[in-house]
Ligand binder design. Structure first.
Ligand code: DC
Length: 230
């Protein structure tokens, strides 16, 4: 019997553990991983490349309409393409991270991205992660999770990621940058970061990645069983 197509929404602030969780959950379940943050990062990269200021909303709106962003699995990993070019690593740069909150707060950018994200969730089962998945992109998602973690745990994770890229940073600086981005993402007018009323909260501060993944997968399996029984 074929299984019902499911949409799993995972939202949460920066470095909360949602991306790693979403990626591994999607792998375990054989769902498509939709990393919406990567899409906002890709358009931000293009804005920076074109040297457009974040306040130049009209030019950015035109730019978005002529831009193609794609998420594709290649040799087992999810790659991000901007107008056909692989930008998976470039979109994680400090410059993009610094500018992404401003670019992603623009209505024209959000409208185009949300349209594309909904299209991705139309045909297959997805694990979509971001800031507004359970509230705006897929308000009727089958399951919603809101992932949080203490600032110290999040800063340590981000420091590890950056070290992996060969960038050494101090923890206090990272904490400040994360808190700044949280404040921007939560206070903007357009689709701010918010926990959906029906989201399940998951605090990953003291959890291993395996435990986080198990937690979400368990919920999905239970839902699949319920669907099978009905
Ligand atoms: O998850 P991330 O750190 O890669 O996301 C990068 C930025 O993109 C984040 O600071 C806010 C924005 N974003 C958003 O506004 N809405 C989403 N659904 C996902 C990300």
């Amino acid at each position: 019997m074929s299984q019902k197509r499911l949409v799993i929404a995972i939202d949460g602030p920066a470095a909360s553990g949602k991306s790693t969780t979403a990626k591994l959950v999607a792998e375990r379940l054989g769902f498509v991983h939709v990393d919406t943050g990567a899409m906002y990062r890709a358009i931000t990269l293009k804005v920076l490349q074109k040297k457009i200021g974040p306040q130049d909303t009209e030019r950015i709106a035109r730019l978005v309409e002529s831009t193609q962003i794609a998420l594709r699995r290649e040799s087992g990993t999810m790659r991000v393409f901007l107008d056909g070019k692989d930008v998976t690593d470039e979109i994680r740069s400090i410059e993009v991270t610094r500018a992404v909150s401003a670019v992603s707060s623009l209505r024209a950018v959000r409208q185009a991205m949300v349209r594309e994200q909904r299209r991705m969730g139309e045909a297959v089962s997805v694990v979509a992660e971001g800031r507004d998945i359970g509230t705006v992109v897929f308000p009727s998602a089958d399951l919603k999770f809101f992932v949080i973690a203490g600032i110290e745990a999040r800063a340590k994770r981000r420091q590890g990621d950056l070290l992996h890229q060969g960038v050494e940073t101090n923890l206090t600086e990272i904490e400040r940058a994360i808190e700044e981005r949280d404040a921007l993402d939560s206070s903007r007018e357009e689709s701010p970061l918010r926990k959906a009323a029906d989201a399940i909260e998951l605090d990953t501060s003291d959890m291993t990645i395996e435990a986080q993944v198990d937690f979400v997968v368990e919920h999905v399996r239970r839902m699949q069983k319920k669907h099978e029984a009905s």
